[in-house]
Design a protein around this ligand. Structure first.
Ligand code: ATP
Length: 319
């Protein structure tokens, strides 16, 4: 193998640049040529591919986002579109591809691998919803961002005797919400893995208010319910002013934290080593503090992420 490509796809995440830097520098150090593909599978299809040198990734380790750009490109689900993408890769002599992205991006990498073009997936998403890894690149950075927001909300909601609902990203994974809830000392935690019982939540809050509590924080994952409507219902039942804050894309931005920088660097280097050993069609993870790799097809089709019940229970014990 002489030439590899690298792209970032799906939602951006802090630490993607650190992963790209590691792929580029490890590959160059081992005598490979590296090509960067702009804006994920969209740029791959549009043949926006250029060679990367050592200094193209200078001053990148500390930067949020992804310098290669990212995109949503649903057309990549079509085989004919992927065939054209593979032609573009072959035109540049690229023999393997490193894809940094979330589960949708893994589906693209799996589809290319099944068509005979080997891909390695690196888990890049703040949602922590990828199988075969304890943590995804960006999760801990986003967690710190969410904690900072909760700390600020706590200051103002305790001063004004308010209830604050904080809507946290994660798609259908409650990890970010659970850990932010523990770290931020939230009173109530609502996650997609557990059925949401609004009546139970409001009764519990009303109970606390009757006992004299005059402020509180509810951490809730996106897509569970309309948080503004929930705020109105809590306010009318408890009589306590209630506000919802949707953290939104602020969670995706910002500099990567130390953990993400180091883990992304390790994973990027590991991906290149796998390709050099002739291992294609793998996805990289970290499990029990060790770098691991799984079959990308197997991981998408058959593996599920274990739910951390103990951590969820801790949110209740400590609230
Ligand atoms: P995040 O979890 O942060 O949203 P993601 O990688 O899951 O990131 P998606 O938008 O779901 O984000 O997927 C990224 C891209 O991967 C899609 O826009 C599309 O180009 C490609 N993709 C998704 N699903 C498939 C599929 N089944 N087959 C081929 N390509 C796919």
């Amino acid at each position: 193998i002489k030439k590899i490509g690298v792209l970032t796809s799906g939602g951006d995440a802090p630490g993607m640049n650190a992963a790209l830097r590691a792929v580029v520098r490890t590959a160059l150090g081992k005598g490979l040529e590296v090509y960067g593909i702009r804006d994920g599978y969209l740029g791959l299809h549009q043949n926006r591919i250029s060679k990367l040198e050592r200094f193209d990734v200078s001053n990148m380790i500390n930067r949020g986002g992804t310098f290669l750009g990212s995109a949503r490109f649903p057309e990549f689900k079509e085989k004919s579109v992927r065939e054209e993408a593979i032609e573009n890769l072959k035109e540049h002599g690229i023999e393997a591809l490193v894809v940094v992205g979330g589960d949708g991006s893994y589906m693209g990498a799996k589809a290319l691998t099944e068509m005979g073009f080997p891909c390695i997936g690196l888990p890049g998403t703040i949602d922590n919803d990828i199988t075969g890894t304890d943590y995804t690149i960006g999760f801990h950075s986003a967690l710190n961002t969410v904690l900072d927001a909760i700390d600020r909300l706590r200051d103002t909601c305790s001063s004004h005797h308010r209830i604050s609902i904080v809507e946290i990203m994660g798609r259908y994974c409650g990890d970010l919400t659970i850990q932010a809830s523990i770290g931020g000392g939230a009173e109530f935690t609502v996650i997609p893995e557990k059925e949401f019982d609004e009546e139970e939540l409001i009764s519990a809050i009303s109970n606390d208010v009757e006992q004299g509590k005059d402020h509180g924080i509810i951490a809730i994952t996106e897509h569970v319910t309309d948080v503004n409507a929930l705020a109105r219902r809590i306010e009318s039942r408890t009589g306590l002013e209630t506000r919802a804050t949707i953290l939104g894309h602020t969670q995706r931005g910002g500099a990567p934290c130390a953990f993400d920088r180091v883990m992304a660097s390790q994973m990027g280097a590991f991906a290149v080593d796998l390709l050099l050993k002739g291992e294609g069609g793998r996805c990289v993870g970290i499990q029990s503090n060790k770098l691991v790799h799984h079959d990308i097809i197997e991981s998408i089709e058959n593996m599920s992420r274990p739910f951390n019940q103990e951590l969820y229970d801790l949110t209740k014990t400590l609230s």
